[in-house]
Design a protein around this ligand. Structure first.
Ligand code: HEC
Ligand code: HEC
Ligand code: HEC
Ligand code: HEC
Ligand code: HEC
Ligand code: HEC
Ligand code: HEC
Ligand code: HEC
Ligand code: HEC
Length: 413
């Protein structure tokens, strides 16, 4: 009981920021007066999340912050010094894996970073003594650690790719591992990086696919399966398609086999079919079912695309001549939706499933094209009517003018 009371008191004490307790922190006082690497921690500690949460140097390093001599750092006072790189994860885990301790500060704090980290390539290799991999402080910094929500943090979604690139884009540093060093350069060209740069944080950065700490993000069995967490429909169709089993048998990944993993660009319809840009023709040759299905899909998509373009041009001309075609426009939008859905249905790899939608859309686009033509016809009729009316008016005015002149001229004697 007494032990629990003491522990509780210590906790309350720890929760009150040192400054509020009126203490002077000998670690900070002495280290601020030192130079270089020894002074750096004291100088930047102000904004550190640990300082902000009321923790001190001694909470991490041990020692006695009330002793202003070098004795403050005596092992007898619990001083544990600075951890070597291989010791860093355990050093952090002392608190971050302690659910009870962490929940005193933040009831929602997770306490799985260390256990997750151990499953990652970084964690496994560090355990084997490889100090080139990322340990906690390589991604988070040290002494000026900021929460990920802070845009200055190296773990902020906008900065993560650069943080990873420090090592992964450095060919000299990564020499000897035999893995590519182009992930960052390729990712920068992707539609994902572009979307993220526009401030849309629903697009993935490196850690969204690779996990912040673990080998994969929670709930994902392997990195190539991560796409389905966001592109749900595509994944559902792929799962039911003939490629799922075929790819699994050949040990090929799913989505990334056709889309790549890092340089994921906006696909175009030319990827379907059998032309030079076709992805299908990489594997299927003439005579195979895959080949004919691909060819059919390309024709279906082209037919609808051209139908929409034709209707669009006609409606444009009608609009520019002042005709009212807004309801046809609205209808054409639904043909466009069919085209979008047909592109999703490409992932059934079944031509009939694509044609179902392209036929529907083509019907609509023909109808709207006809509506546009009817509007143009009406315009012509109106123009003709207007012409006739104009001529009649001119003749009438002319007649009136002649009549008035006749009436105004003095009578001949
Ligand atoms: C009177 C000045 C003084 C005080 C007080 C002091 N230090 Fe130091 N500290 C030093 C000097 C000088 C060094 C470098 C020499 C050394 O390693 O012993 C150092 C080194 C360190 C190191 C690096 C040790 C390593 O393993 O490389 C850490 C960590 C550290 N201090 C933390 C603390 C903490 C935490 C406190 C407060 C509990 C503290 N210091 C209090 C002067 C001080
Ligand atoms: C959140 C835990 C944490 C806190 C709080 C903390 N440190 Fe450290 N400190 C570390 C870690 C981890 C390292 C090892 C860093 C590395 O490997 O780069 C370290 C390293 C050091 C070193 C060695 C620097 C070097 O480059 O050799 C000194 C000195 C030091 N800390 C002093 C302090 C002082 C002074 C404070 C308070 C102002 C403080 N630390 C607060 C975790 C902490
Ligand atoms: C490869 C880089 C990397 C390494 C190594 C790493 N982290 Fe993280 N960590 C991140 C990123 C990125 C986030 C931010 C996630 C977000 O956007 O919320 C994060 C988030 C956190 C958080 C906030 C809570 C949470 O889980 O989201 C804590 C605490 C944390 N890390 C502690 C650690 C500890 C302790 C270690 C070492 C065992 C470590 N990290 C190793 C990248 C890393
Ligand atoms: C003495 C205990 C302790 C140690 C040791 C410690 N931390 Fe923390 N850390 C905390 C507490 C308490 C918080 C504040 C929790 C909160 O507000 O969510 C925190 C917050 C953080 C955050 C911000 C979490 C967020 O919600 O964004 C990160 C990142 C972090 N620590 C990383 C580390 C790393 C990396 C190490 C090792 C170098 C480390 N910590 C060592 C106690 C500790
Ligand atoms: C301090 C340098 C460093 C940082 C920072 C770093 N890594 Fe690594 N990473 C390495 C090294 C070294 C390896 C080991 C390479 C190997 O074994 O193939 C590695 C391995 C990996 C692997 C496994 C590669 C494989 O072999 O399949 C992935 C995935 C990875 N890192 C992703 C990331 C991500 C994502 C980030 C940023 C959040 C990051 N790394 C940050 C150094 C780093
Ligand atoms: C859209 C998801 C996604 C994003 C974003 C992403 N990766 Fe990957 N990454 C993958 C997939 C999938 C693999 C292949 C993994 C496998 O086969 O297990 C991979 C492989 C890797 C590898 C192993 C070596 C290689 O190139 O095959 C490293 C290292 C890596 N990625 C680092 C990064 C870094 C650094 C970033 C950010 C700049 C990043 N990744 C962004 C999905 C992604
Ligand atoms: C965190 C969610 C997320 C993950 C994970 C993700 N994406 Fe994306 N993806 C997006 C967002 C957001 C966009 C941009 C908006 C859009 O066009 O859908 C996008 C765009 C795309 C596009 C371009 C779509 C277009 O019409 O321009 C393709 C292709 C794509 N992703 C494929 C993949 C593949 C393959 C993977 C897995 C390796 C993957 N994505 C993982 C969210 C994600
Ligand atoms: C066999 C090759 C192949 C596989 C496997 C594949 N795709 Fe596609 N994907 C394509 C082709 C081809 C297109 C282009 C369709 C078009 O624009 O007509 C495409 C287009 C896309 C688009 C953009 C659709 C649009 O509106 O333009 C997204 C997003 C996408 N795929 C995601 C995925 C995801 C997620 C997976 C895995 C579940 C996946 N793909 C698997 C070939 C593939
Ligand atoms: C990475 C190689 C690869 C790519 C790329 C690829 N396929 Fe396949 N596909 C296969 C394999 C392997 C099978 C199973 C063996 C077979 O039937 O040819 C298959 C099967 C099929 C089948 C079923 C054939 C049957 O007999 O039932 C169709 C349909 C198909 N693919 C269409 C496509 C279309 C359309 C594309 C392009 C969008 C495409 N494939 C891209 C490898 C690929």
């Amino acid at each position: 009981m007494k032990k629990i009371l003491v522990a509780l008191l210590m906790l309350v004490w720890a929760l009150i920021p040192a400054a509020a307790r009126g203490d002077t922190d000998s670690c900070i006082t002495c280290h601020s007066a030192l130079e270089g690497k020894l002074a750096e921690p004291a100088k930047v500690f102000d904004q550190d999340i640990h300082h902000q949460s009321g923790l001190t140097c001694a909470d991490c390093h041990g020692g006695d912050l009330h002793d202003d001599s070098l004795n403050a750092m005596s092992p007898a006072k619990g001083f544990r010094g600075a951890p070597k790189k291989t010791q860093v994860p355990e050093f952090c885990a002392r608190c971050h894996s302690n659910v009870t301790f962490m929940h005193n500060f933040n009831p929602k704090a997770r306490a799985d970073q260390y256990s997750q980290y151990l499953t990652s390539v970084h964690g496994k290799r560090l355990k084997q003594g490889d100090t080139k991999v990322a340990a906690c402080v390589d991604c988070h910094g040290v002494h000026n650690m900021l929460p990920a929500s802070d845009t200055r943090s190296p773990t902020n979604v906008a900065n993560v790719a650069t943080t990873c690139a420090h090592c992964h884009a450095n060919a000299v540093y990564m020499k000897g591992y035999g893995i590519p060093t182009d992930q960052f350069a390729r990712y920068q060209k992707s539609v994902h990086a572009e979307t993220l740069a526009q401030g849309d944080t629903s697009a993935p950065t490196c850690t969204t696919c690779h996990g912040n700490h673990g080998a994969t993000p929670p709930g994902v069995s392997s990195v190539p399966n991560v796409c389905g967490t966001c592109h749900v429909f595509f994944a559902q169709l792929f799962e039911k398609s003939p490629h799922r089993a075929a790819f699994a048998k050949l040990n090929l990944p799913g989505c990334v086999q056709c889309h790549s993993n890092h340089e994921i660009v906006k696909p175009v319809d030319d990827w379907v079919g059998v032309g030079p840009k076709s992805v299908c023709a990489n594997c299927h040759t003439s005579g195979e079912k895959g080949y004919t299905e691909a060819e059919g899909m390309a024709q279906d998509l082209a037919k609808l695309r051209e139908g929409i373009e034709r209707a669009d041009t006609t409606l444009d001309t009608a609009e520019r001549s002042g005709m009212e075609v807004s309801s046809a426009r609205l209808e054409l939008a639904s043909a466009n939706e069919d085209l979008v859905k047909a592109r999703v249905n490409v992932h059934t790899f079944n031509e009939a499933e694509v044609r179902k939608l392209t036929d529907q859309g083509a019907g609509i686009s023909t109808k709207t094209h006809e509506a546009g033509l009817a509007a143009l016809h009406e315009r012509d009729v109106r123009r003709k009517g207007l012409g006739v009316a104009l001529i009649t008016i001119v003749i009438t005015i002319g007649g009136l003018y002649l009549k008035i002149r006749q009436m105004e001229s003095p009578p001949r004697s």
